[in-house]
Design a protein around this ligand. Sequence first.
Ligand code: ADP
Ligand code: ADP
Ligand code: MG
Length: 646
Amino acid sequence: MFDTILIANRGEIAARVIRTARSMGLRCVAVHSDVDADALHVELADEAVCIGGAAPSQSYLRGDVIIEAAKATGAQAIHPGYGFLSENPDFVQAVEAAGLTFIGPSAQAIRQMGLKDSAKRLMQAAGVPVVPGYMGEDQDPGHLEVEALKVGYPLLIKAVAGGGGKGMRLVERPEDFVDALERAKAEARTAFGNDAVLIEKFIQRPRHIEVQVFGDGNRAVHLFERDCSLQRRHQKVIEEAPAPGMTAEMRAAMGQAAVKAAEAIAYKGAGTVEFIVDGANGLRPDGFWFMEMNTRLQVEHPVTEEICGVDLVEWQIRVAAGEPLPAVQDDLTINGHAFEARLYAEDVPAGFLPATGTLAELAFPEGVRAEAGVRSGDAISPHYDPMIAKLVVHGPSRAVALRRLARGLRDTRVAGTVTNLGFLGALAEHEGFARGEVDTGLIGRDLDALMAPAEVTPQIWAEAAMAALGLLETQGWDAGFTLWGAEWRAVVLEQGGETREIGVKLHGPDAALVRVVGQEVTAARGVRGWTFDGKPGAGSHVTRGHVTVYADYGVGFARPDPLARGVGVQAAAGALAPMPGRVVSVHVAVGQAVEEGDRLVVLEAMKMEHTLRAGRAGQVAEVLVAEGDQVEAGAPLVVLVEEDEA
Ligand code: ADP
Ligand code: ADP
Ligand code: MG
């Protein structure tokens, strides 16, 4: 067994590999780019090496620098994670040439599966059913057009070097073929530097069902299937295991085909054989076809771990170190059901645009396996994939696991960036999905309903306003003293293109009336926190410029700077102590009218005198301090009201 391994990756997968490796007693070396110096995976590792600039081409894709780092830190093996160098056969060869072990398959196995057309030819020869279509080398457009007619419409054009759903075009009619071909080739050229394509019959009501395989370089076993049919633009969104509606007969046929595929290339380590399944008439043993093999650990591997009770990373490390396969086929059984949802920083209404931002708060509920690459306070950087975390749940049945997923998503808290959390939540509560009626078109058909924005009720506005004013967190006598003196306080918030000034009137520390555009919301503090019109508050997070209320997967409010606008807390309340200090002098009395800018109180703090002035014209309703008083930061000193309120 190794004593030290290097993890050539970042984010959630690096963190996940490090956790297992450390639990096995191994020392872990992380690598990171400049911008990742404080990243979670660096914190979790025993040692870390900076390998270059933020752009992947300057760091995480620098195989030579990574191999040097492994040698310098005494690592004997390199785990590639997924993405980056994980499916790069030249890197595997370089690792081995340096006398190190690559935790994964051989360079040759990766090459054999690297291009979709040659992989399909190889699988066909090994007796694995493949999607019917053209997978020849002749790329002449005229020839491809003729082949397309033989395949029949609708069809898919796919980049042979494709991945991540790129370089694919669905073509429904012959007259669209030439144009679609040009566009698929252009996309493939930019994304993969290889514009060769293949043509495939488009399977109706397609389901994506893949089989997890594991080999020792000689024999292989399978760890059953995952259903990844919930996709948006050919990208997986929610995955599950086992597949809904799977029969014992079809499972056996798919498992055997996947093992055959792995053994045909003497596969070593964890891999996935992806099949497309015709779901139009139920699952039948003759209704599945090989699409491609991913020669790495897959993003969605945790659902398999959950139902099989194995740690695939542990298996990877043990087999790479020369141990035999940790299980024989008959040892492996399915226990219950598991789901995974991919949480991304993305702007769903803007067309699922990747988003950036700093995670002011990131918290997951109990009972959910959250595989995160970031934590509260971290930035989602524009340099990398905007995935925040994967939420994985397990249950004794599909129905229970799905409830756990829905609940887990509802109770997840993300503040600081927009996310697809609400979209995932809507999927987890989708009726067709609950019935197991999955196919790759489900999301597209119901997109509008799944993207429906949250309804922001007056109660949610009220909670946001009270949170913004700092009235929800403090408790007890102190809160009563420092926050209670004011009459109406006002705060300006923006949400969904609407700007509102919200008034809050406290009745003691545990009750308030909140005025939201003509409506009044009653807030009260009970044993389980604040309620708004009797309904429990959702919880909130406040930063300088934003308030997030965790209702409906998180509603974000922008909070315009009150000083810049001359409205808000300060102006409404008259004067709040900006810092702890001593009152030097008071310049107004109750009932007195003041103009904006008039001197109210002089405070001595940090050995300097600070003059606090009226933020707007009004009448002095209360003077809460006298000369010589010591005051806390935030304490109201003078309360102003509008002259007509007085
Ligand atoms: P998978 O089949 O494992 O879900 P996809 O097919 O969605 O992965 O992704 C295609 C390619 O993008 C693969 O090379 C995969 O390793 C990489 N990839 C997918 N998701 C991520 C991610 N969150 N971060 C980095 N690379 C990723
Ligand atoms: P990638 O390398 O980008 O993962 P795949 O070949 O795995 O590309 O295909 C990605 C997705 O596209 C599949 O998961 C499936 O949803 C859809 N797809 C691929 N081939 C077909 C097909 N022949 N018919 C219908 N859908 C398909
Ligand atoms: Mg794929």
